[in-house]
Design a protein around this ligand. Structure first.
Ligand code: ATP
Ligand code: MN
Ligand code: MN
Length: 297
């Protein structure tokens, strides 16, 4: 069974941080934000972000030439990853062995930042229980014609339907255009079971209100609707980490909220590199995670 309280990261002063190269390089040209600013942000938000990503395999988005340059989505450990980045050899879905990675402390986190990682995308399971996911993510992707209040209403709709199955959930601003609804679960069911549950859940929403929701990736069917992206819940899939920066103009940050907060948020870019580190995990999210129920099957 799960421990209620997870250990916090070690005190920052006790960990040797990597030397930052090119600290003055501009990462966000629109906002004049440098690599040092990114480093300082992740250092300031390290406790929150390590609580979110610690012990999980990661994909990262690296932007060596800033967000206006090429973005590299990387899921395999590569050269330049220091000792503080933990390597994990796992079997991929196609049966091949490959080396993935996680970071469990500030040094590992800052090592990724030194490697020009901007976005951090964890798996929905922890390495210790890799085949048993511990969070469901419903990623609401609105068509361009959809307004913000409709996205918020869709998130509440997901919440209410999840609650009917016995699952509590919280909303997370993705830092992009949408909202994720996250439901912590105890790590018992396997990926196939979780995937089936999430697909059936999204299908039911789309069948109930076909004018509002769609549960398939097809771009044509998404016109004027919100895509309930349940595909985040497969083995090897990821979703943006809470407190991760996004490689998008304005340096937005993904942020978990209470439902009351979501109701008051006027735009999805509410949290950025400027105000995100000062924010702590809402107590209700921590409590929900500590007593996560098993997936209802
Ligand atoms: P938005 O709110 O703007 O949709 P988002 O983070 O939800 O932001 P999506 O495009 O919906 O962006 O992607 C959802 C998640 O799927 C991402 O956070 C990421 O973890 C994963 N993902 C997206 N693109 C890729 C990719 N090219 N390779 C691997 N995973 C990806
Ligand atoms: Mn999305
Ligand atoms: Mn999506």
């Amino acid at each position: 069974s799960r421990a209620a309280a997870k250990p916090r990261s070690p005190p920052r002063t006790s960990v040797a941080l990597p030397t930052l190269s090119s600290p003055e390089r501009v990462v966000y040209p629109d906002a004049g934000i440098t690599k040092r600013d990114v480093f300082d942000y992740y250092l300031a938000a390290a406790d929150q972000i390590l609580d979110e990503i610690g012990g999980r395999l990661l994909s990262i988005v690296r932007c060596p030439d800033g967000i206006a340059g090429q973005h590299f989505f990387q899921k395999h450990a590569g050269p330049g990853f220091g000792e503080s980045v933990r390597r994990h050899v796992i079997t991929e879905n196609d049966g091949d062995q490959a080396t993935y990675f996680s970071v469990d402390d500030v040094a590992g986190l800052m090592n990724l930042v030194q490697m020009n990682a901007i976005e951090l995308h964890p798996w929905g399971s922890k390495v210790d229980t890799l085949e048993q996911p511990d969070r469901l993510v419903f990623d609401l992707d609105p068509d361009v014609a959809i307004g913000w209040s409709e996205v918020k209403a869709a998130a509440r709709d997901v919440r209410d339907r999840l609650a009917e199955t016995g699952l509590a959930s919280y909303p997370r601003l993705s830092g992009g255009k949408g909202v994720h609804v996250v439901a912590p679960i105890a790590p018992h069911a396997d990926w196939a079971q979780v995937r089936r549950f999430c697909e059936a859940f999204a299908d039911a929403m789309a069948q109930g209100q076909p004018q509002r929701y769609v549960a398939t990736m097809s771009k044509a069917k998404r016109e004027g609707r919100i895509f309930i992206d349940w595909l985040r819940n497969g083995r090897g899939a990821t979703a943006i980490a809470s407190w991760s920066l996004r490689a998008r103009p304005g340096a937005p940050v993904a942020m978990p909220l209470t439902w009351e907060e979501l109701a008051r948020v006027r735009q999805p870019g509410r949290y950025t590199i400027k105000n995100a580190a000062a924010r702590e995990l809402p107590a209700f999210v921590a409590a929900m995670t500590a007593r996560a129920p098993a997936l209802p099957l």
